[in-house]
Design a protein around this ligand. Structure first.
Ligand code: TYM
Length: 332
């Protein structure tokens, strides 16, 4: 029997999970669970590149695990783990820093954005973050890395680092492909359709655990467009707010833009916005209920992340040993 291909991805527990994380990444992970051998983690080591309150980081890491499972990631079919529990990430991260160029790191848009936002704390980790991300990925020899559009640049750098390493030492790393969804790859803010949805704009961001009435309020107040047409039509350049709502609706319901235009084209934004809100509420309701239930069972969560770390370490260690041997470290 052919071995299954491998998928791997992670999310920083730097804030509560939101609709962008779900549609851009997690939903895609869940939809392909049975086809692949899957590794998904909480990227807590990346999170400390920006100052965190320790108690909040710990709480959010466990909440994120409960939400992964509630979104449909069955721990029997997915290796779910906490990044800092698998020490090989830090070790390979260091090695790969030595194979990543200063110029490459300087061009990363996430670094530019975050260093502009956190001027008081432009630390070394923020700069070398992509080398650690390359290690996260390459340790597991994945075929695909399912992420939203904004992580494409980091995935491409990962490929460049892997190719550079392989060209010196032979085929050590598999070269992974980013795997980006058709709808939901870049969910924009509801209050600012020119910026991606993120936790830093609370009114424009829908969180997975949010109450239905709050979700509805945010969709009703979503910015549409200043044109007078008042017609639901997919035109991202002229109507970015409507296009964003259409892509959310499409990702959540599976309907095509054409079908959505036929359904709402004639009725104006007044009917469309609450309909998108309803669809999102119904999509998130079971996730919220299940996550609340799972989060109450701390022993279960612990059993999941411990088993996950054990399996992940085993796989990661194989790659790390190979790398250490190739670069000339003496075997233990
Ligand atoms: P992070 O934690 O910022 O985001 C996690 C995932 O959510 C996607 N995403 C979005 N997708 C669509 N629309 C949005 N508005 C939106 N906001 C976030 C991101 O593209 C991502 O897939 N560096 C990564 C975390 C990471 C990682 C890795 C990912 C660390 N190591 C290894 C993959 C493989 C990050 O900061 O994502």
């Amino acid at each position: 029997m052919d071995e299954k291909k491998v998928m791997l991805s992670g999310i920083q527990p730097s804030g509560d999970l939101h609709l962008g994380n779900y549609l851009g990444a997690i939903k895609n992970w869940v939809d392909r669970t049975d086809e692949f051998d899957n590794y998904y983690f909480m990227a807590d080591m990346h999170t400390i590149t920006v100052r965190q309150n320790p108690a909040d980081l710990r709480r959010r890491t466990l909440e994120q695990l409960a939400q992964y499972i509630a979104c449909g990631l069955d721990p029997d079919k997915n290796t779910l783990f906490i990044q800092s529990h698998v020490h090989q990430h830090a070790e390979l991260g260091w090695v790969l820093q030595c194979y990543t160029m200063f110029g490459e790191l300087s061009r990363m848009t996430q670094f530019k954005d975050k260093s502009a936002k956190h001027k008081e704390n432009i630390n070394g980790g923020l700069f070398t973050y992509p080398s650690l991300m390359a290690a996260d990925i390459l340790l597991y020899q994945p075929d695909f890395v399912p992420v939203g559009e904004d992580q494409k640049q980091h995935c491409e750098l990962t490929r460049d680092i892997a190719q550079r390493f392989n060209s010196i030492y032979g085929d050590v790393f598999k070269i992974p492909e980013p795997y980006i969804p058709k709808a939901g790859a870049r969910v924009m803010g509801l209050t600012a359709p020119d910026s991606k949805m993120s936790k830093s704009m609370p009114e424009g961001c829908v969180f997975l655990m949010e109450k239905p009435e709050d979700i509805q309020r945010k969709f009703k107040r979503a910015i549409t467009d200043s044109d007078t047409e008042n017609c639901v039509r997919y035109d991202p350049a002229a109507k970015p707010g409507v296009a964003n709502l259409m892509s959310i609706y499409s990702a959540v319901t599976g309907k095509s833009y054409e079908t959505i235009e036929q359904e709402f084209g004639g009725c104006g934004y007044g009917k469309f916005k609450p309909a998108v809100g309803d669809a999102v509420v119904e999509c998130l309701r079971p996730i919220r209920e299940e996550a609340t239930r799972i989060l109450a069972d701390k022993a279960y969560l612990e059993s999941v992340y411990k088993a996950g770390a054990e399996k992940a370490s085993y796989v990661a260690n194989k790659t790390l040993r190979k790398v250490y041997k190739k670069i000339g470290f003496v075997a233990r």
